[in-house]
Design a protein around this ligand. Sequence first.
Ligand code: SF4
Length: 380
Amino acid sequence: MINKAMTEELELYLHIPFCLKKCSYCDFLSFQGNEAEREAYTEALLKEISAYKEFALEYEVTSVFLGGGTPSILNASQMERIMESLRQTFSIRKLGEITIEANPGTLNRDKLRAYRSMGINRLSMGLQSFKNEDLKCLGRIHTCEVFAENYEQARNAGFTNINIDLMSGIPYQTLQGWEENLRQAVKLAPEHISAYSLIIEEGTPFYRQKLTLPPEEEERAMYELTHNLLREHGYLQYEISNYAKPGYACRHNVGYWKRKNYLGLGLGAASLIREVRFSNTSDWTWYLEHSSDPWKIHSQTEALDEKKQMEEFMFLGLRLTEGIGRQDFIHAFHKNIEDVYKQPIDKYLSLGLLEAQNGRIFLTREGISLSNMVMSDFLL
Ligand code: SF4
């Protein structure tokens, strides 16, 4: 019997690196994989999970995030074996948040029902746009009609916590087109909306193409419109790109921004455990051969010194609209935040990019749009 008073909180991330087809902008660790590879990967993941049995005794899992890639590519039996193995190895908190990322076109009624019966209680759907021409341009596998069908199936299967991912800054997108997207999203009333802007990453097909992207002022206008329109419909912005109805912020991601312990399982998955960051190997063959011995698949291990911890505390914490708590800083580092960061705090307070209120320091609306510049000043 686990003594809960003795355990620390832990978040779990599981990486499923398969996608039916690579999107034109994607630089995530994902590839197509055939049925045999998906099965071999599932088996390797099960071995990795079980290898944490002893480690798991010291933790209580507060959230699980099945991310990718496209986790919903796995068949229901593969997902069931993964969830079963997680429950056998880890103590998962009752009513803990368990999210699966899913792409329209890889879901159906039976799969969604199966997810619910496995205890998966949050669905994050990668829609990106309600316009088929955008989806085609992005190289997505689905249409908005398929999304609409899957969304309805998800509600019917009993999902009461759904996120929709939307993307702005798509080639040829206009402010009006983006507004139409937002309006269609709020009509469906998902509990959560992630609104990201397209980033052109090196090594992707988009990087090699000459794209006609919305101008910077238009992108900024899209960002402001997102905040205002979603607020009018009851969505609160709690992070730079994330909006939720009250009580529906993604607990897993908030934990990440607050630097809680998290363990990444699967190919290339990253972890932060007791101020040590490490990642699993991204080498497919090595992972499959050695997943039962986690220490063999860990790479890039870095024990964070105090300076690094403070930097992360600041630039991750400032992503949240609630910002940084002065007491939380004292609790973490046994000193006042001004002892370390007086200069950038004073500078950005006077420029109106930061605000201080009720013991918290946070970015203003203008500060959010210049967040990269502000955050870089908190590197020591
Ligand atoms: S579905 Fe997601 S992970 Fe897969 S290729 Fe597209 S963007 Fe990348």
